[in-house]
Design a protein around this ligand. Structure first.
Ligand SMILES: [Mg+2]
Length: 392
């Protein structure tokens, strides 16, 4: 079997609104520049608007193909300009070889934007292999280790007003989610008043869900060390399961300091690429929970290696949930101790899976493993108004 083309296409459709009211964004690294504040509210609940999404399809001379998306335009650029010419004519089933070659082919290839182009190609190659062999990806990876994988409710974009956050947290506990993650809106630029608001939200959410409920928090790299140390000390009585990305992930000494400042576990990894960067966090004593995202870290192939590495450090992997399916298949093939759960972005998955059929959602706090061949990603033709090639 040979790859005949790597096609990038954009589809559009009509979004008819969301059930969710506008909410708050999370803290961001750029917030230290108040003039670059990108607005306080996110999401919309009214009006028809156009949805756009880019997908990559790897086609072969055997008729079988592999699909993955949605991806960002910058990822599509890397695929179109650097990876497509390399991939045409190669054996798509030799995905381990292809990943190693893609990592080696560019001087910046091991990290950053280049890896976010490599990763969707790896995911599409797994989809292709599953379709070629008529098996779901988790089976090719040695699963299932369970039929349903627990998913935590990731509450990005909801109001962080303490009363509203508490009410929402209770709603999602009652929907059957056994764990939730809430996002802090404020960072060092917001001073003591912002810190007090962060803590008020955290306390309200803890009070709403009860003492024994699994609760996590995320700062999206928006803090510095002294702010993070003060926050984890203040959060400790609330018994969080983890504090995520208090600072950027390459600051290993800073993460270790934050980890040692309290008993609150530290999570990071969604902006970490490949097993080698994950290794530095593990060896450096900088992380309690690793969160490499298969869409960015080097695909399903690389996430499996990260799981093996992390398991040797007794460190669980809870992949970042940019898209659900690759992380779900890996989770379904890993021991529950190594990958206890996946992330489900309550609001984000609405748009990420907009063009898909079926749409995968947790029920009673867990997602069933797909039984379709490959990733189980199928486009819903009824939602697609227009399709065009993405060319740079
Ligand atoms: Mg995060």
């Amino acid at each position: 079997m040979k790859i005949t083309d790597v096609v990038l296409f954009r589809i559009t459709g009509k979004w008819t609104g969301s059930e969710f009211p506008p909410g708050d964004r999370q803290a961001r690294p750029l917030d230290v520049y108040p003039e670059l504040d990108q607005g306080a509210r996110v999401g919309t609940s009214d009006g028809v608007r156009t949805m756009r999404a880019i997908y990559v399809e790897i086609q072969t001379d055997a008729g079988v193909s592999g699909l993955f998306g949605p991806i960002q335009e910058a990822q599509a650029f890397v695929i179109r300009k650097s990876l497509r010419p390399f991939l045409i004519g190669r054996d798509p089933l030799a995905n381990e070889a292809l990943l190693d070659q893609m990592i080696r082919m560019d001087r910046h290839g091991r990290s950053g934007m280049f890896m976010t182009g490599v990763s969707p190609v790896d995911c599409a190659l797994w989809d292709l292999k599953g379709k070629a062999w008529d098996l779901p990806v988790y089976r090719l990876l040695g699963g299932p280790t369970r039929e349903r994988v627990p998913a935590y409710a990731s509450m990005l974009g909801f109001s962080v007003d303490p009363e509203g956050a508490g009410q929402t947290a209770l709603v999602y506990r009652e929907k059957g989610f056994t764990a939730q993650k809430w996002f802090f809106r404020y960072g060092p630029a917001d001073g003591d008043a912002g810190k007090a608001k962060n803590l008020a939200m955290a306390r309200a959410v803890r009070e709403a869900v009860g003492e024994d409920y699994t609760l996590m928090f995320d700062a999206f790299m928006g803090w510095d060390v002294s702010y993070a140390v003060a926050m984890v000390k203040a959060l400790s009585p609330l018994n969080p399961a983890w504090m995520e990305e208090p600072v950027p992930p390459e600051r290993i000494g800073a993460l270790r300091k934050i980890r040692e400042a309290s008993d609150v576990p530290v999570a990071t990894g969604e902006h970490v690429y490949t097993r080698w960067q994950a290794k530095e966090l593990l060896v450096g004593g900088a992380v309690d929970v690793l969160q490499n995202d298969p869409d960015w870290t080097g695909g399903i192939t690389e996430l499996v290696k990260v799981c093996a590495l992390a398991s040797a450090f007794e460190t669980p992997v809870v992949a970042h949930g940019h898209s659900l399916l690759p992380a779900l298949h890996v989770a379904g093939a890993q021991p529950p101790v190594t990958v206890p759960r996946v992330e489900f972005l309550i609001r984000g998955q609405e748009t990420k899976q907009f063009f898909h059929r079926p749409i995968y959602r947790p029920e009673q706090g867990a997602v069933a493993l797909p039984d379709l061949p490959g990733l189980g990603l199928v486009l819903d033709e009824e939602k697609i108004d227009d399709r065009s090639d993405v060319v740079f």
